[in-house]
Design a protein around this ligand. Structure first.
Ligand SMILES: NC(=O)c1ccc[n+]([C@@H]2O[C@H](COP(=O)([O-])OP(=O)(O)OC[C@H]3O[C@@H](n4cnc5c(N)ncnc54)[C@H](OP(=O)(O)O)[C@@H]3O)[C@@H](O)[C@H]2O)c1
Length: 289
């Protein structure tokens, strides 16, 4: 498996994945214009001509608010775009790995780390469309792998697209000295994108199915932010403000269990916990100066 098609390489995850994979693989990285995933004939032709061994599909509409405002476009890109990739992968016999999201769990009431086999009831278009895409992809290409990724973070890097994330939001708040509210009634994994990048090669060998993908977390989002601020030695009082009202109706828990992917990969796929990942990230920043 040495020729890999990666979509979405002008994006946050795709740019970083393509950079790392191109050290080891022949990477095909078409732009949005060169391979518009909403056009089945374009996707089919691209895969027919280039014959990749695997596709890492990262092109999507990743902004949940935008998807809520533009549900038809979200359906075209986030559901049908995946479906077209799955058709092409099945037709030309290549492995498809693509990114779903932990947002499929956002209507669940269960507590504790969630596993892939529970019934899910996403509450927004983004989550519902990711769930629909999982079903479409597996129906069209049973060997395809859907990754229910958590929220990812990184610093801004030269030449790489970086949208706002957990650490850039905190950095910005510290710079501006503006307090930031973090929900005490929310539990979610938050993952350093470098860990996703370093696991992706092993992910190409997973059997078809749906897998949680990213850091586990037992802390709520406020305690996670506090832990990170302690790690970076921040003593600014009240930069992180506990928001006890958000998710008042029910605790929001989209915190995942990584058991399935770790076991299916014979232990090769591994993520640090959210707090351990933040510590490694903070240490790497300190080393880099
Ligand atoms: N970032 C996160 O924290 C996070 C968390 C969970 C899951 N995910 C999922 O992970 C994947 C990657 O996310 P990301 O944050 O890297 O997204 P992103 O930064 O928004 O990048 C999206 C990419 O998709 C491309 N794209 C959009 N519409 C396209 C189309 N019709 N045809 C071809 N390319 C198209 C964009 O290209 P242009 O800019 O040229 O349009 C861009 O390269 C997505 O599936 C996202 O839902 C992300």
């Amino acid at each position: 498996m040495n020729k890999i098609l990666i979509t979405g390489t002008s994006g946050f995850v795709g740019g970083r994945v393509a950079k790392e994979m191109s050290r080891q693989y022949e990477v095909l990285a078409p732009s949005h214009n060169e391979c518009d995933i909403t056009r089945p004939e374009v996707v089919e032709e691209y895969v027919r001509v280039h014959r990749p061994h695997a596709i890492v599909h990262l092109a999507a509409l990743s902004n949940t608010g935008y998807c809520e405002q533009h549900p038809e476009e979200s359906l075209r890109v986030n559901v049908m775009g995946v479906a077209h990739m799955a058709d092409a992968a099945a037709r030309y016999g290549c492995k498809l790995v693509w990114f779903s999201s932990d947002q499929v769990y956002n209507g669940n009431l269960e507590l504790g780390p969630l596993s892939e086999d529970i019934a899910v009831c996403p509450e927004n278009y983004y989550g519902r469309h990711k769930l629909m895409a999982e079903q479409e992809a597996l129906r069209r290409c049973p060997d395809s792998v859907a990754l229910r990724a958590t929220w990812m973070y990184d610093i801004r890097r030269e030449g790489m697209h970086t949208h706002n994330n957990f650490v850039t939001n905190i950095e910005e708040a510290l710079r501006q000295r503006t307090p930031l509210r973090f929900a005490t009634r929310e539990y979610r994994g938050i993952t350093w994108v470098d860990e996703v990048v370093s696991n992706i090669g092993h992910t190409l060998h997973l059997p078809g199915g749906i897998y949680n993908y990213g850091a586990e977390n037992t802390l709520n989002t406020y305690d996670t932010a506090r832990a990170y601020l302690d790690m970076i030695g921040d003593t600014t009082p009240s930069i992180a403000v506990p928001d006890t009202e958000r998710f008042a109706a029910h605790v929001r828990n989209i915190s995942i269990s990584m058991h399935k992917a770790t076991e299916a990969s014979g232990g090769a796929i591994r993520f640090a916990s959210t707090v351990e990942g933040l510590k490694r990230f903070a240490d790497a920043l300190t080393r880099r100066g």
